[in-house]
Design a binder for this molecule. Sequence first.
Ligand code: ZN
Length: 469
Amino acid sequence: MKAPRAIAFATAASLAFCAGIGPVHADSTAGTLPDTMATLKHAIGIHTVEGQHQVPVLAAYLADKLKAGGFTASDVEIIPVGETAELVARYRGTGQGKGQNKPILLSGHMDVVAANRKDWTRDPFTLINENGYLYGRGSADMKTAVVVLVETLIRLKHEGFKPSHDLILLLSGDEETAMASTRELARRYHDAEFLLNADAGGGTLDATTGKPVLYEIQAAEKTYADFRISLTSAGGHSSEPNNDNAIYRLARILDRVAAYQFPPMSNEITLASLHALGAHTPGPMGAAMTRFAAHPDDAAAAATISADPAYVGQIRTTCVATMLNGGHALNALPQSASVNINCRIFPGTPVASVRDTLVKVIDDKSATVTVQPPPPVASPASPLRKDVIAAVTDAIHARFPGVEIVPGMSAGASDSMYFRNAGVPSYGIDAAFTKPDDTFAHGLNEKLPASEVAAGLEFWHRVLVQLAK
Ligand SMILES: [Zn+2]
């Protein structure tokens, strides 16, 4: 998944970059680039869409690369999960890491959203480099970052880099659909220092000037939950209408749900994010963000922010009707009617309490409200670790000096939610900078600026060396 970014706040932290690499030899990013492009071309060509049985093929290809690049066979594992698979590669550390010396996890996914050749301008499963962009399904979400992570680990091996902590690459195989492989990975690797996810966060370029605006570290995401509200009625012939009509009752319930707003909420991430955003946003909206960041109980500021669909989710749990069912024949009174209510729940709010609120709001004892499968996964916000923020800031500033680094909360749900749920602080730090309408992840003609491959190699090398030195 690649959700719209939330945005956020500046840290002054900027540690001097320390290479810390061994004496063997230092590969350059430029030197690593040709092999990375060749690997990416091959990876885009593998149809890792749900149901195509091709994720294990990509996993085997990447596993061979890692083994040829210096990983021992026993440190590279492919774990089948139904028709898909996960790939795990352990880069062994010296055991000299701080604290309990737990591993640092690196996360990505190998699967992609389906793409129909006849709808696309170019073949979605052929990497095409055109007009400064790389076109292809997975170019943005997220085969480029997956290949960059693999190539960076191989580069570090070549350089003789000895990390203090173990670095464990965890590539899931069904992030875009059932997330069974992610659940399995989070169950196995819950005892970790923290996780860096290349599938969230990232930099924003100004849509007109192309200049960097800010870089977001995704440190929280909302809990995704679906609720079904169901009603039944006796039915009968449509020529004999009565007062007990499930469709009419559901319509009244929907009016009440539409009118209800959950109370404003905040955490250190959203307050920092709104504080930074306020400084960049003109007019009443910017002023409201600044006021809310200082006084989260400012109801007028909350109302202004909530009026914008792009920001309402930053300060509240939101619930909205998304699908409707009702009736069974054109000429019969309905025997049932139901609606799906999709909620994005603020971190720290139990799913059960949102259900209780919905029951109160709909105020109809005959209606049932049920949480839909799969069970929602609540994920707490991750603490803003100074070492992670400093390493990311340093790597971003090496490319764009002074650009603002801000924590953000996204709408969910990425692989990180299972790790946060399991107690592993997780940070979305995609290296790429893109314009707001640049990538079309999940959509037609997905693309990524070609510059972001070399930038990604440079970024991940710096971040890993600094965090694991
Ligand atoms: Zn993704």
